[in-house]
Design a protein around this ligand. Structure first.
Ligand code: AMP
Ligand code: MG
Length: 324
């Protein structure tokens, strides 16, 4: 676990233009001083992320919002007050101190206040905004422990703050609040139902987005193994068929099939609660990769509550892979 000394050291690394991996309640982030264009550009190099894909600026408190963005509507203010610190990212018009490097050239910027004691301590010690995408190579599974970060990025990151396992486990919900009606750009840790209760009307979740959100492209959040999605009642039959055909099959076994023996290389019995599933999802995918699976058979959970974010990530993980 990170000590006060570690926090001071990490703040110094940020001031010097370095990169710090930091725990948040969603996933581990790869952080840089949001106002240092050279440091921000290094994030893209380390991740192998196209520079047109915008990052999230993390702030130490909702009261800092006006320092970083323009035109905060009543709805934006309401959502910030209701859900921060927490897994909600708001897209607003870019304030002058946000460099275009951090927004992928857009005139809007994504901001949030993370709900993690280590992240908040770092933000407080550093004093500025920390821009951070997930601390993994572009397109792959997000890290939810400090060991995941070290295994994936190694020396490419200057300092890793250990804050234990991430409690939410999937990325933040991204909501565009530049217009009259908030638009959910990516489902995540704050549920659509909670957002609707806060604003008092129904919100839509577009299946495709014209805004540049990398999470909405084919194949993102993807393990090395190919991911195949089938109906829950077909998971075992599909897995056993692929096993017969000689694949090294990993199975994400739905709770309804718990206890049923499966002929496969590796089986993860999924937890019944959506919160526990979200918390474990990326760790399960990493484990099946480590066990040498070349194929993962899974099904989509019910798309309500956190199930919406889990289903979104599984669909992306199963999306078409770029040719290599
Ligand atoms: P990551 O941590 O890799 O999931 O990246 C942060 C997410 O925030 C990405 O999906 C970005 O596309 C999204 N994002 C950041 N800024 C904006 C913006 N101005 N408009 C829309 N989405 C954004
Ligand atoms: Mg990511």
């Amino acid at each position: 676990m990170a000590t006060t000394n570690d926090i001071e050291k990490a703040a110094g690394v940020l001031r010097a233009g370095g990169l710090v991996a930091l725990p948040t309640e969603t996933v581990y982030g790869l952080g840089a001083n949001a106002e240092d264009p050279a440091a921000v550009s290094r994030i893209f190099q380390v991740k192998g992320r196209p520079p047109s894909h915008p990052l999230i600026v993390h702030l130490g408190g909702a009261e800092q919002l006006d320092d970083w963005v323009e035109e905060v509507s009543t709805t934006a203010r309401l959502l910030a007050e209701r859900f921060w610190p927490g897994p909600l990212t708001l897209v607003l018009r870019r304030g002058r101190r946000v460099p275009l490097e951090a927004t992928g050239g857009l005139e809007t910027v994504a901001v949030r206040v993370p709900d993690h004691p280590v992240a908040l301590a770092l933000l407080s010690a550093f004093g500025g905004g920390i821009t951070a995408p997930s601390a993994n190579r572009f397109g792959s599974v997000s890290p939810t422990t400090a060991d995941h970060v070290r295994a994936e990025l190694g020396d490419a990151v200057d300092f890793v703050l250990d804050g234990g396992s991430c409690q939410v486990g999937v990325e933040s919900t991204i909501v565009d609040v530049t217009g009259e009606i908030p638009a959910i750009l990516r489902p995540g840790g704050v549920t659509r139902e909670d957002l609707e209760a806060a604003v008092g009307y129904r919100l839509t979740v577009p299946s495709t987005s014209t805004v540049r959100v990398p999470g909405q492209h084919p194949s993102h959040y993807a393990p090395r193994a190919r991911v195949v999605l089938v109906a829950p009642e077909k998971v075992i039959a599909e897995a056993e068929l692929a096993h017969e055909l000689g694949h090294r099959v990993g199975v994400l076994l739905p709770p309804a099939s718990a206890g049923t023996p499966v002929k496969a290389h590796a089986v993860v019995a999924l937890p019944a609660s959506a919160a526990a599933y979200a918390r474990g999802l990326y760790g399960f995918l990493r484990r099946l990769d480590q066990q040498g699976c070349d194929l993962i058979v899974a099904s989509l959970p019910a798309e309500e509550g956190l199930g919406l974010a889990i289903a979104n990530r599984l669909r992306r993980a199963a999306g078409p892979r770029p040719a290599v």
